[in-house]
Design a protein around this ligand. Sequence first.
Ligand SMILES: [Zn+2]
Length: 299
Amino acid sequence: MTDKNNLFSRRKFVGNTLALVGAGSMMNTAYGFNDSAATSVTVQQIIDTVTKGITVGAGTVDTLKAGKADTVVTGIVTTMFATVEVIRKAIDLKSNFIIAHEPTFYNHTDDVNWLQRDEVYRFKRDLLEQNNIAVWRLHDYIHSFRPDGVLTGVLQALGWEKYYDPSEPRMVKVPPLKLGELISLVKEKLSIETLRFIGDRNQVCERIAVFPGASGGRGQIGALSALKPDVMICGEVAEWETSEYIRDAQAMGRKQSLVVLGHARSEQPGMRWLKEWLQPKYPDLKITHIPSGSPFAFA
Ligand SMILES: [Zn+2]
């Protein structure tokens, strides 16, 4: 909400400044126009803006997966996955820079050596190349924002920002509600039609561990053990790890539930948040959030 207001006031400010410049003043240099007013922002400049002041490990996966760093950006699309469908929509929008949270080519490091002869890989690569689309993965950096950008987006979408506690960033303490009510809430707020859960719909939940994405069994189980949430909501689980831990914990008598949202939907608000965060910095650039949605249907 605040971002939106900033966006509007900033647009107005730039508009006024341009009017003054038009009147022949030297406001241009006096105000020191920043990137936001430039018409030739490159992919690298956008990356520098997003990553400014944030340190991630040397082996970061946040690299260009297609295109070149010196490409002048005609528009930006933020999304969870640079799917073929999202790429086609970006082409329609004449936006040549896609910022995606997850891999483009079906593995964590986007290693494509093993895919060189694969028709699906080649189709997607050619589609990107022929349309001069750059794709940058924004994973490690957005999770290194403080607070975590994806988490912020998810908490905002759920109306839970006010419960964020920096001393326990992955936990929120909400007014007590039943597990069944919690499930209805997350389905509605995150536009999820169907999800899986383990637990009693009548269990009263107050302490909620929020783990969008795929944190891995050890991370999830470690948090269930240490934080003792009433319920964990997560993106995905390996079915032989966290879900079996929950089953045993419940059999032991612990009142602890698990709600599995699906990976794409669980983190999607993070990429919408990025659009709202980035737009005021580049008010003249078309930035669009395209939800890549979930690939699954339910029978
Ligand atoms: Zn993530």
